[in-house]
Design a protein around this ligand. Structure first.
Ligand code: S3P
Length: 176
């Protein structure tokens, strides 16, 4: 059975956009974890945070990590905070390869500003220095990835191609 490809990384690093393209190229199914949580709870992520708080969201995220960790042949775009729970990381890692997408704080800021209001953890007048701080706080968690790819200033096709090469390399190693 085909291993999953799991994209982790901070908000605005392109996990969903790249995941969709990658799945298309590899003829795999794409799953966006936050969208699955939205379907399951019948609430948007901001609404879930607002009505029930971050703790409830994290518990839905944990359930979803366990559930998707049982499946195969998926490209999974995770939420940026999925790595904060070691059980999530373990479940996902056991199902495939963990790839972290990175980007510079300025690039992240520009991307998240395009979709204002969809990310409850980001304050209104967010600056690049706020993102830099959050990135630093989370660095040890993102470092748990099998591979990391810097997406800043790179074309999407190039990033997708890089991931495909990494996956091939890993699969060959597993066989050989
Ligand atoms: C979060 C990232 C979001 C979403 C939630 C919490 C985080 O997903 O899961 O708002 O803790 O970094 P994206 O990374 O897709 O924005």
């Amino acid at each position: 059975m085909g291993k999953n490809i799991i994209l982790i990384g901070f908000m605005g690093t392109g996990k969903s956009t790249i995941g969709i393209k990658l799945a298309e190229r590899l003829k795999m199914q794409f799953v966006d974890m936050d969208r699955e949580i939205e379907k399951l709870t019948g609430m948007s992520i901001p609404m879930l945070f607002k009505k029930h708080g971050e703790i409830r969201f994290r518990s839905e995220e944990q359930l979803m990590s366990q559930k998707l960790g049982q499946r195969s042949n998926l490209v999974i775009a995770t939420g940026g905070g999925v790595v904060l729970n070691s059980e999530n990381v373990e479940a996902l890692r056991n199902s495939g390869i963990l790839i972290c997408l990175d980007a510079d704080p300025g690039v992240i800021l520009a991307r998240v500003n395009r979709k204002k209001g969809s990310r409850p953890l980001l304050k209104k007048n967010l600056g690049a220095e706020d993102i830099e701080k959050m990135l630093n706080d989370r660095e040890d968690y993102y470092a748990l990835a099998d591979y990391r790819i810097d997406t800043s200033g790179k074309e999407m096709d190039k990033i997708v191609q890089e991931i495909i090469q990494l996956v091939k390399k890993t699969n060959n190693r597993r066989v050989g």
